[in-house]
Design a protein around this ligand. Structure first.
Ligand SMILES: *Cc1c(COP(=O)(O)O)cnc(C)c1O
Length: 377
């Protein structure tokens, strides 16, 4: 029997081994390990694939967020509104830059920023909104962009989990996540939907001067070598990672289809079980299922997790502690907001294995084990 993993990067690699090995060999041959043709080509291909005018590659998804916020010229103490129900990187960079994170609740159906909560959180000190397209589904960008326009706020989309997802606005225009706000960011961490074999990230914008500024910030604030106009950092996507990503980008559409097939199989298996709420998809968007996350009702989650682990089925809780309850923030006097939906979801979400190498046997084996536990309890 095939072992079950949250993500099966080995099988995925074996399915394209010759191409990946050849791409890496070409970089070794050229001995251009930083910058160069492979980074340039991948950036162009990614821009074309996402429909983004500018793509700035960088070292990881956390740097991408940091560089994006650095480029906006915010002042210490300026308020940045983010969900608390997200990976720590989204909120950490806000604090790192001495900006003030304002945590808002999420919509329990989409796990993404609640637009009503966002509206209530806007103050005269608010400068930016950082929505997260969590688990692979677009946030409510219609409402978010409308509020941002009305109040003159920047929008930085954290698209680390949703590359390739689409969203249709009320006026009929359709865009990919990461290309709708002022800036979008993504991560190529190996387990992400477009992952490399190390660390990597990218930044998206449609604005030429912001693109120029972010390119400089990612490169020690220089446009001309050794002439540093801005305080920046050192954040590069290396050539081997770019070459790998270029091979995988050609497969990304197929990867998304595989993930959707696995999600559809789970949806079908759980549809008559009242104690399991399967992911809801906002009809305005498409879901790329970075995670397949259940909400459990009246089920002992820890017991279920143990039961599955005993049967060699891994599961994860994304995330066990929301940002507003992290000591990182509470010791700064931030956090401590009352976010009932976030707290409630934290106690009842469970993510099942989902990846590009799933097949019907695997999803059935996992779903059957989940249902067996529920029917016994
Ligand atoms: C993975 C992730 C990041 C950070 O990306 P890294 O490449 O690990 O730095 C940021 N935000 C979200 C939502 C993520 O899932």
């Amino acid at each position: 029997m095939r072992p079950v993993q949250m993500v099966d990067l080995k099988q995925q690699y074996l399915a394209m081994q010759a191409e990946i090995d050849e791409a890496i060999r070409r970089v070794l041959d050229s001995s251009v390990f930083i910058g160069g043709q492979s980074v340039e080509e991948f950036s162009q291909h990614l821009a074309a694939w996402t429909g983004s005018r500018y793509v700035i590659p960088c070292a990881n998804g956390t740097d991408a967020l940091q560089i994006a916020l650095m480029a906006l010229g915010l002042e210490p103490g300026d308020e940045v509104i983010t969900p608390s129900f997200t990976y720590i990187a989204t909120t950490e960079v806000v604090a790192l830059l001495r900006l003030k994170p304002i945590f808002v609740d999420v919509d329990p159906r989409t796990f993404c920023m609640d637009a009503n909560a966002l509206e209530r959180a806007i103050t005269p000190k608010t400068r930016a909104i950082v929505p997260v397209h969590l688990y692979g589904q677009p946030a409510a960008m219609d409402e978010i962009m409308t509020l941002a326009d009305r109040h003159g706020l920047y929008v930085v989309e954290d698209n680390a989990q949703a590359i390739g997802a689409r969203y249709r606005f009320y006026d009929g225009t359709e865009r990919q996540t990461g290309t709708m706000g002022t800036i979008g960011t993504t991560s190529f961490f190996p387990s992400k939907n477009l992952g490399c074999y190390g660390d990597g990230g990218a930044i998206f914008t449609q604005d030429a001067s912001l693109a120029d500024r972010m390119r400089m910030i990612a490169n020690h604030g220089q446009r001309i070598r050794y002439y540093h106009d801005l305080v920046g950092c050192n954040s590069r996507l290396d050539a081997i990672q770019a070459a790998i990503l270029d091979v995988k980008l050609r497969r990304l559409e197929g990867y998304i289809v595989s993930r959707r097939q696995a999600a559809a199989a789970y949806d079908e298996a759980f549809k008559t079980e009242d104690r399991i709420l399967t992911p809801w998809v906002d009809p305005r968007g498409t879901h790329v299922y970075h995670q397949y996350t259940l909400q459990l009702e009246g089920v002992d989650r820890d017991e279920l997790q143990r039961y599955l682990a005993d049967r060699s089925i891994p599961t994860m809780i994304y995330y066990p502690v929301p940002a507003h309850r992290q000591r990182m923030f509470t010791q700064l006097g931030a956090g401590g907001e009352d976010l009932p939906v976030t707290d409630w979801l934290t106690g009842r979400v469970l993510s099942l294995p989902i990846h590009t190498e799933m097949d019907a046997e695997l999803t059935e084996r996992i779903a059957t084990a989940v249902l067996d536990f529920i029917h016994k309890n």
